[in-house]
Structures are given as structure tokens and as C-alpha cells.
Design a protein around this ligand. Structure first.
Ligand SMILES: [Zn+2]
Length: 621
């Protein structure tokens, strides 16, 4: 179990640490006077979890400090947010016997809460797929280590892998990546200075970030701090000086802060703590501006501050000071190959928008580059919704009809919708302003972005491709490899909005009874887009049955696409029995009679390469 502690209500760390397959416990203190504030915080967190929590269950704890209650219409909230399972009235101050505030009933309530949590965790799918046994051993070893170590080195991790037969370095790093995604540890393998740093106690790392965010002196300096400041802030012995630079890299990796150039001692800025209004004397003078905005159905906090971190090398300066504030920034296009061109990006959290305006000779280029980054951040923030049809953010581009060109108030079109119209062969779209002119879609798109940048691939189409993998039990290694391959592909494809959903079938009857029923598998085959079958010395009875089902479905609907892969390899004649061999030959005869050709493979990479090509042909990604 990964245990996260996203207490920092004003935004960012929370959003990074949300993982799916979790149980969330939200604690609100009711001892405060501003109860309205608590309720809006509660609503905020419910919405964040709805958006990013991947349907994970949540418990609400009302911590009744000083035994003061709070009125919240839990029934309504449960109706609206169905993942909100239970609510508890506790008082965390009354749990320690022999203290003045101790209360026996409160302690009993708390014990019940603990039991409920344990029960809920039992029901939680630990991972989305059955883990190989040696992975479980590695996981358990890491959990055991995390009792006494905050972090370990990569070498120590590799050592544990070797002890459990994960020999290859590439596979060791893949495993670390999977554990990272599951919230078991934190390992940023590709980030400089962090590749050798595997964090086992996640709260230890997040607390390190919080103490910086909560430091009064850094607050007073509007988020500016130096290396030397950190020595004081992290003076605690658990944050010994050796790890300071690692923790700082971690903050940069989380996009919590960025480093100012050419200043000694090295100085950093936390955008979240910047002043809330623009610097004194700053005005943006419109000059034939190119505008665009993003609109969010629900806007998580911290989008602007993360954009500030991403664009920090390009912030304009005035008198040596960067033009940047908590919700906005001015950008100089010079280092982005857009000389004499500048942009302003402003977040208006109240109406859930990020607005961009740009002027200068390379306005379109700069718009393309900036929106590419913003799209990327949006895709990252909303990635848990990939298999959900709802798109929660909308890129809005301005109309170019005569009226709109001259008017300050313009009509805006949804970018994704324009692309969709184009894909359906529509050339025009009607402006919603009088006199409702027809506008050419191509000109609209080319009017704001450079041609290469409005490639449909950049649109989050959020398509799920369901793949069913059937194989005989002897091909366990191939199955594991295939699974890792799909996992890697998903990481690569996330930007194009495609999600590969893999269902694995192994022809092994015990497995069925332990996990899923035959009916469940049948319905999965009914729904899948791609059916992949691997076989070697035999074709098991059940694998054959799955194939037959997929085939009959294909004959009706042209789906799923069926791929059969035959593993070529040497085997000892004593290893094969007559019956197995017959099942193989029968199956191959059957394929021939269907006019279907099996693809032979000798190793994982051949199989993966072939399948990847097929996928690319099918889905053009
Ligand atoms: Zn118009």
C-alpha cells in the first residue's frame, strides 16, 4: 500500500500524488470558524477526486476539534459523488488515554474507522493485473525496507532484483517504473540527479516539500529562496545535507519551483508563492494580438504555476526582474526562435480559463510552441480520463470573419470540433455572430497555428483500444513481456490520446476460478477490438474456444481483428506429448482452411515489432 499525505490544500503536490487504485481519506477540521470555507474546500477535493481519482473510493472524516460539529448534507454529496463511501465523526485529539481530552467513545469510533479502512483496502485491486511471484517478493522486500529507510540507492534496488531473478537492467528499471506508477515508491529514472534516488517513504519526501512551502521567511520573500536557506529549512536530521540537492531536484521535477539563471548563490522561485497581482507598472498593450484561450469544465489549481515553471527560461524581464505573478506571465519569444514576439498567459481561476495573447512577427510560431506545452500539461493532468469519453478541457480559437476581426468581442470555436469537422470532410463552419458568415476551417486553423502543429495527433481523442491476449500456459514469459510492451506503448501513446487496454487470458483452468469467471472472459472477447493469440507446442482447449468466439464475432462484425503468433523454437521430442502436438497441428490446419496466416516469431522483439506495426496500420498513431 502506498500512503500519500496530500495535506497542502492550495494545489500542486496534491495533484501529482493522486494515483488510481487507491483509497482516499479526506479529513476536514470542524473546529474553525469559517465553516463555509471548509465546505468549499470539501467540494474542491471531491471534484479533484472525481476528475483524477479514477473512481477510487473515499472516506470523509470530520475531525470535530473541541467537539464542535459541522453541518454538511452528506446524503446529497454521496448522491452527487458516488465514490464517497462513508463519513465519520471523529476527534483526533481525544484518542490518547490519560490526557485531559481523552474520550472512550471517540476512541471506539476511531477503532471502527480503522477496521473499515482495512476492510476497504482488502477489496482494492492492488494492481490491474496479476503480478508475477518474484515481483511480489521484490515488492514485499521494499515494503519491509521502508519501515526503516527513507530512501535507497539504485544499486540497492538492483541488488534486490537480482536476488529475485530479475537480472536484466532494462527489466529492473521497467519494474521500478511500474512500482512508481503504483505509488509504492518514487523513482524519477530519467531526471538528472534523481536516477540514483529511490524514495521508499513517500511522506518523508512530500513533507520535505511542505516545510519549504510553509516556511515563513520564504513566504515573506514571495517564494524566493537560496541553497543556503534550505540548510536551515531542512535542518532536521532526517533531511541530512547529503540529500538536500536530491530533494531540491525533486521539487523541480514536481514543477514546484525553478532556478533563476546566473545568480549566486543559486536562487529558486516557487511560483505558487509569487504575488497574486502583476508587477507594479506592468501593462500589456494590445497590438493586433493573436488570441486563444483554454476553457476547463473543472480546473484543478496550479496550472498557471506549473506553466510558469515550464516557461521560466522565457519569461520577459523589466529592470532585471521577471514579469511574472502567481496567475500570469509575460513571455519573450527570443529564445524560442520567435524574435520581437511576445506573449501574455493569464489564468483566471474563477471562470476556469487560461488566456493567451501574442503579438509580433512570429506570433503564429510562438502560439504553436506555447499551446503545444499547454496541451502536454493538460494531457498529463487529465490522463486518468483517457478511457473515459469526457474531455474536460477545450482549446478555443478565434473567428476570422470580417466582423470578428474588427471586433474586440469575437466568436471562438472549439479546436477539437474544427478538426473533427475537417475529418468528416466539412470545409466551413458558421460564425455565431451576426451576420453568421461561413468561415473556411483551414484558414481558421492556419490563421493561428503553423501548419505542422495542428496535426490531429495532438488532439486528445481519448480512444481506448481493447486487446485480448490468449495464450497457452507454457508461454508465461512471452505474456509478461507482452504486458510490459503494452505498458511502455501506453506511456508513449498518452500524448496522442490512445489507450491500449490489455486483457490477458492464460489457458490454465485454476486461474479462471481464482480470478474471473468464464462469462467475464466471454464478454471481454465480445467487446475487444484486437484479439491476439500466442501458441507454441500446443493449443489448449480453452485457448481454442476463445479463438472460436473471436472468430465468430469477427464474421458478424469485422471485429475483433485477429492475430495469431506461433513461436518457433527447438524443443526436445521428449517434452511433447502426442495430444499436444495434435492440438497444434489441428489448429494450424484450421487456420489454413480459413485462409488465415499465422505469423512466426522467435523472440519477444520480433513479436512486439510485428504487433506494433499492425497496430500502427490499424489506428494510424
Ligand atoms: Zn466571426
Amino acid at each position: 500500500m502506498g500512503f500519500w499525505w496530500p495535506t497542502y490544500l492550495s494545489g500542486y503536490p496534491s495533484i501529482f500524488f493522486l494515483t488510481q487504485r487507491s483509497l482516499y481519506v479526506l479529513v476536514i477540521d470542524t473546529g474553525r470558524d469559517d465553516l463555509g470555507h471548509d465546505e468549499s474546500n470539501l467540494n474542491y477535493w471531491l471534484q479533484v477526486l472525481e476528475l483524477l481519482g479514477g473512481k477510487s473510493p473515499m472516506f470523509l472524516v470530520k475531525n470535530e476539534k473541541n467537539d464542535r460539529g459541522i453541518q454538511i448534507d452528506i446524503f446529497q454529496k454521496k448522491k452527487r459523488f458516488d465514490f464517497l463511501k462513508e463519513d465519520y465523526k471523529l476527534n483526533l485529539n481525544s484518542l490518547i488515554p490519560d490526557t485531559p481530552t481523552f474520550n472512550q467513545k471517540r476512541l471506539a469510533d476511531f477503532e471502527q474507522f480503522k477496521v473499515d479502512i482495512q476492510n476497504e483496502l482488502k477489496d482494492l485491486p492492488l494492481v490491474g493485473f496479476p503480478m508475477p511471484k518474484n515481483w511480489i517478493k521484490i515488492r514485499d522486500k521494499l515494503l519491509e525496507l521502508s519501515q526503516k529507510e527513507y530512501f535507497i540507492s539504485r544499486e540497492a534496488f538492483i541488488e534486490i532484483c537480482l536476488e529475485n531473478d530479475v537480472i536484466d537492467f532494462k527489466r529492473q528499471m521497467e519494474l521500478s517504473g511500474i512500482f512508481h506508477d503504483l505509488g509504492l515508491l518514487l523513482h524519477f529514472q530519467n531526471y538528472p540527479n534523481l536516477e540514483d534516488f529511490i524514495i521508499l517513504q513517500n511522506t518523508w519526501a512530500t513533507d520535505a516539500v511542505f516545510v519549504v512551502l510553509d516556511n515563513p521567511i520564504i513566504k515573506e520573500n514571495y517564494g524566493k529562496f537560496t541553497e543556503n536557506d534550505l540548510v536551515e529549512v531542512w535542518g532536521d536530521k532526517s533531511y541530512n545535507p547529503k540529500v538536500h540537492s536530491k530533494l531540491l531536484s525533486l521539487m523541480m521535477q514536481f514543477e514546484v519551483c525553478y532556478q533563476l539563471d546566473k545568480i549566486k548563490p543559486q536562487t529558486y522561485i516557487i511560483p505558487e508563492m509569487l504575488p497574486s497581482s502583476s508587477p507594479k507598472g506592468y501593462v500589456w498593450t494590445p497590438r493586433n494580438d493573436l488570441p486563444l484561450y483554454y476553457k476547463y469544465d473543472f480546473m484543478p489549481k496550479g496550472i498557471a504555476t506549473r506553466l510558469i515553471v515550464r516557461f521560466n527560461k522565457h519569461l520577459s524581464t523589466s529592470d532585471g526582474q521577471q514579469i511574472v505573478w502567481k496567475s500570469g506571465m509575460k513571455i519573450d519569444g527570443k529564445l524560442l526562435d520567435c524574435p520581437e514576439t511576445e506573449a501574455e498567459i493569464v489564468e483566471t481561476w474563477d471562470n476556469r480559463q487560461i488566456r493567451i495573447r501574442i503579438h509580433g512577427p512570429y506570433a503564429k510560431d510562438l502560439m504553436s510552441k506555447l499551446t503545444f506545452q499547454i496541451d502536454d500539461l493538460n494531457n498529463e493532468l487529465f490522463k486518468s480520463q483517457v478511457d473515459n469519453d469526457k474531455i474536460n478541457w477545450h482549446k478555443m480559437i478565434p473567428c476570422i470573419c470580417k466582423v470578428c476581426q474588427q471586433n474586440e468581442v469575437k466568436h471562438y470555436y472549439e479546436y477539437a470540433e474544427l478538426l473533427e469537422r475537417k475529418q468528416y470532410g466539412k470545409e466551413n463552419v458558421e460564425c455565431k455572430m451576426k451576420p453568421y458568415e461561413l468561415v473556411d476551417i483551414r484558414s481558421l486553423l492556419e490563421g493561428i497555428l503553423v501548419k505542422e502543429m495542428y496535426n490531429p495527433i495532438l488532439v486528445p481523442s481519448q480512444k481506448t483500444v481493447k486487446i485480448f491476449l490468449a495464450s497457452s500456459s507454457e508461454l508465461k514469459d512471452e505474456r509478461d513481456q507482452f504486458e510490459i510492451f503494452i505498458y511502455r506503448e501506453n506511456k508513449r501513446l498518452i500524448k496522442s490520446g490512445v489507450f491500449l487496454q490489455l486483457e490477458i487470458w492464460e489457458d490454465f483452468i485454476d486461474h479462471v476460478s481464482q480470478t474471473r469467471s468464464q462469462d467475464e472472459y466471454n464478454s471481454m472477447i465480445q467487446q475487444c477490438d484486437v484479439f491476439v493469440m500466442l501458441y507454441f507446442t500446443k493449443v489448449g482447449l480453452y485457448t481454442l474456444e476463445e479463438f472460436e468466439k473471436a472468430l465468430s464475432k469477427y464474421k458478424e462484425t469485422n471485429l475483433p481483428k485477429i492475430y495469431t503468433y506461433f513461436k518457433k523454437g527447438n524443443i526436445m521430442s521428449t517434452d511433447v506429448d502426442r495430444q499436444s502436438l495434435l492440438s497444434l497441428l489441428d489448429f494450424q490446419d484450421k487456420l489454413k482452411s480459413l485462409g488465415h496466416f499465422q505469423t512466426d516469431f522467435e523472440n519477444h522483439s520480433q513479436l512486439q515489432l510485428h504487433f506494433k506495426k499492425q497496430l500502427e496500420k490499424l489506428y494510424e498513431f
